[in-house]
Design a binder for this molecule. Structure first.
Ligand SMILES: CC(C)(COP(=O)(O)OP(=O)(O)OC[C@H]1O[C@@H](n2cnc3c(N)ncnc32)[C@H](O)[C@@H]1OP(=O)(O)O)[C@@H](O)C(=O)NCCC(=O)NCCS
Length: 173
């Protein structure tokens, strides 16, 4: 039986052990639908702890689902979301850049918990702004599983991505 998970948001800094787990999860759960070029670019930026710290210093944040009971001391992180806020003409996008869950913890609601925390945080940020805010994410057209999960979470088609390989989905907050 799985112990409970808690969600932590890391905005400015992250413990090295947690960053290392993000690197590990990123490498072992990268979607096969992406091209070799995308994969190598994405891996390059997230190949070690320093890479994750650099991503944070550039304004992104990580939501991390971790064991609250401490029953798995070796690998307490079950999954993560990488997110950022982007100002666009006339508004702000709260973008979900990556969501990944360790295979052993899939279909147990970890991604849903992470997404709930991402949306709650986006709503709080939106409440402090004059400009309108939308949640947005990109999904590779071949990643059908992720696409169907996002539709369950209320995302709707927004627009085709610049390279035509993925679509951007949006959700009102
Ligand atoms: C996509 C992913 C994050 C989902 O994580 P998860 O923790 O298993 O998701 P949850 O358990 O919270 O399930 C969310 C909902 O999707 C459904 N679901 C879970 N896996 C699914 C699958 N493979 N196909 C279709 N639906 C699925 C669940 O039944 C649940 O629906 P419900 O709330 O109606 O019961 C996980 O499969 C993953 O890490 N995949 C590899 C990385 C990836 O492709 N990320 C997305 C692009 S960045």
């Amino acid at each position: 039986m799985l112990g409970a998970a808690e969600i932590l948001c890391h905005e400015d800094s992250i413990p090295d052990e947690t960053a290392l787990e993000i690197v590990d999860i990123f490498h072992s759960n990268y979607p096969p639908s992406h091209t070799e070029e995308e994969r190598s670019n994405d891996f390059l930026k997230r190949s070690n702890v320093e890479g994750i710290q650099t991503i944070l210093s550039e304004g992104r944040r990580y939501f991390v689902a971790r064991e609250s009971s401490g029953s798995n001391l070796l690998l307490p992180v079950r999954g993560f979301i990488e997110a950022r806020s982007v100002e666009v003409d006339g508004g702000v996008l709260e973008q979900l850049a990556w969501i990944m869950v360790r295979e052993a913890y899939r279909s147990t609601g970890v991604a849903t918990l992470l997404h709930d925390a991402f949306i709650e945080d986006a709503k709080q940020k939106a409440a402090g702004r004059v400009l309108p805010t939308l949640a947005q994410l990109g999904v590779n057209k071949d990643n059908k599983d992720a696409y169907s999960i996002y539709k369950k979470w209320g995302y709707k088609y927004h627009q085709e991505s610049a390279n035509g390989e993925s679509v951007l989905l949006k959700k009102d907050l």
